[in-house]
Design a protein around this ligand. Structure first.
Ligand SMILES: Cc1ncc(COP(=O)(O)O)c(C=O)c1O
Length: 228
C-alpha cells in the first residue's frame, strides 16, 4: 500500500455512510455492522453533537438519552470541558511524563479527596473501567494478604472486556469462555440472600476450581466470559 492511499482526517470526515460501513466490515468487525444495522442503527452518520443532542448529516436532531458513554455523563462537547482542553493545547501544556510530577494529578487527587467522604490518601487514575475494576480486585487480594480467593459477581453484570474484568462480567452476549480470574462465584442479581452467610461462599480450593460453599442457594462457578 502506498502512503497516499491512507485516509486523512479531512477525507475521513466526508466519507459516505456506506463506505464507513464497508471499512468497518473490512477492518473493524463484520458482526458489529450486521448487529447494528439489523436493529436499525448505524445507517446515518453524525454531523455534530452538543449537550444532550446529536445532529445527523441529513439534518435530523436527536435527543441522546444515553448521555455519553458509561460514566462520562457530561453530554457532548460540554463548553467548559472544551474550553479547558483548548486552553491546555494553546498553552502547549504537557499531558503526563514519567520524569515530572503533574500539577493536574496533584490537584485532581486533592479535589477527589475533598469531595469524597473519609480521609482518602491514595488515588489511582486508570485508563479504563476494566483497569479500575481489576485494580479494586487486586487491592482486595492484597488487603487480605492473598488469603481470600473468592470473588462474587452478579449473573447479569458488566465490568469490562479484559481477561480479568471480562471474567467478572455476566452477559448472555458472551459466547466464548475465555480463561479468567480464579475463584469467581456467581449470584443472581439483586438476591442478597443467595450470597449466604456472612463472609459469603467458601473460598475455592487451590487451583481456583469451584467449591460448594456456605450459600443458601447454589451459586454458579464461572471460568471467565469476556466476550466480543
Ligand atoms: C459499570 C461498568 N464497569 C466497567 C466498564 C468498563 O469500562 P471500560 O470500557 O472503560 O473498560 C463499563 C463500561 O461501560 C461500565 O459501564
Amino acid at each position: 500500500m502506498d502512503v497516499s492511499d491512507l485516509i486523512g482526517v479531512e477525507e475521513c470526515e466526508s466519507l459516505p455512510v456506506k463506505q464507513v460501513q464497508d471499512l468497518y466490515r473490512r477492518y473493524v468487525s463484520r458482526s458489529q455492522v450486521n448487529l447494528m444495522t439489523t436493529f436499525g442503527f448505524g445507517r446515518e452518520l453524525v454531523e455534530r453533537a452538543e449537550g444532550a443532542h446529536i445532529w445527523t448529516r441529513d439534518g435530523r436532531r436527536i435527543l441522546d438519552v444515553t448521555g455519553g458513554v458509561g460514566v462520562l455523563n457530561h453530554g457532548h462537547n460540554h463548553p467548559r470541558i472544551v474550553a479547558a482542553r483548548r486552553r491546555f493545547a494553546e498553552r502547549g501544556r504537557m499531558e503526563v511524563h514519567k520524569a515530572f510530577f503533574s500539577p493536574y494529578v496533584a490537584a485532581l487527587s486533592h479535589n477527589v479527596a475533598a469531595l469524597l467522604p473519609g480521609d482518602l490518601n491514595i488515588s489511582y487514575f486508570p485508563n479504563s473501567g476494566a483497569e479500575a475494576n481489576e485494580g479494586a480486585v487486586k487491592m482486595a487480594y492484597k488487603y487480605h494478604g492473598g488469603r481470600r480467593g473468592t470473588i462474587l459477581r452478579a449473573d447479569i453484570s458488566f465490568h469490562g472486556k479484559t481477561l480479568g474484568a471480562g471474567s467478572l462480567t455476566g452477559s448472555s452476549e458472551n459466547s466464548f469462555r475465555f480463561p479468567g480470574l480464579p475463584g469467581i462465584v456467581v449470584y443472581p442479581y439483586g438476591d442478597v440472600a443467595a450470597v449466604g452467610a456472612p463472609g459469603g461462599p467458601a473460598p475455592p480450593p487451590p487451583g481456583g476450581g469451584p467449591r460448594q460453599g456456605a450459600t443458601r442457594r447454589p451459586v454458579t462457578p464461572c471460568s471467565g466470559a469476556a466476550g466480543w
